[in-house]
Design a protein around this ligand. Sequence first.
Ligand SMILES: C[S@@+](CC[C@H](N)C(=O)[O-])C[C@H]1O[C@@H](n2cnc3c(N)ncnc32)[C@H](O)[C@@H]1O
Length: 246
Amino acid sequence: MIAVTDDKQISKEFFNEWIGSRGPKGWVGRYISNTGRWYTDMLIKEAGIKPDDEILDVGCGSASMIAKLLEKVDLKQPVFGVEPSEAQLELANRTLKENDLTAKVDLRQGFASPLPFEDNSFDVIYASFIIKHFTDETLDDFFKEALRVLKPGGRFLGWEFAKITNRVFKKLASNPKKAMQSFRTFADIKLVLEKTGFKNITEFEVKNRGFWDPVEDMGFKAIKADSSVQTVDSRPLIVENKADGY
Ligand SMILES: C[S@@+](CC[C@H](N)C(=O)[O-])C[C@H]1O[C@@H](n2cnc3c(N)ncnc32)[C@H](O)[C@@H]1O
């Protein structure tokens, strides 16, 4: 049996409650869950997505990004998504059904670690706005798993809030269930990627949209080179920049 650490359980429950509730919280949650699609063009450009790429979206939420990706690129293989929250998966299945995409997507319920896939399975793995919910240990495990399931030459991309300075967002981020925890700079992330064994690690600009504007983001890209080997212990030392209330 796989142990699910507290941060994973807390985060999953937070999203279930947030997205699944009937009140205003639920509406806000569902709306925010659909904003991932805004970042699809950036993903296509930064990952250099090609029609025959095999792609995995980790923490895919409502699958709004997967749906947009399939609308923009005529992918030859199904896109895979992993998502722990039942409420998010329900939204995702609805999105795919409404867009007639169910046959082109394979969604799995699960966490970023362990990833339920064989070694060397994907050309591209991406993680959109999920890693702030990870402790250092969970992040470390996720990067090791991403390296394992990427094919040699595969591209690993992610983006996330790096710093919150705006007072309103700080308040939003400091929810009592602590689903939002750690804001990391590119330098923090690069250190972990290097220790995990990724190569060619670069940063790219994430242009925020709409109400996310006051939040600073960072995007990272890394390659699994033929020479990428996993280190025995790549536990990172992350300087946490927590929002008020932690
Ligand atoms: C802010 S949402 C982003 C959803 C989607 N990636 C997007 O950009 O629209 C964060 C997602 O990460 C998922 N998540 C949280 N902890 C996770 C974990 N340990 N492994 C995988 N996904 C996780 C949540 O359930 C939620 O769906």
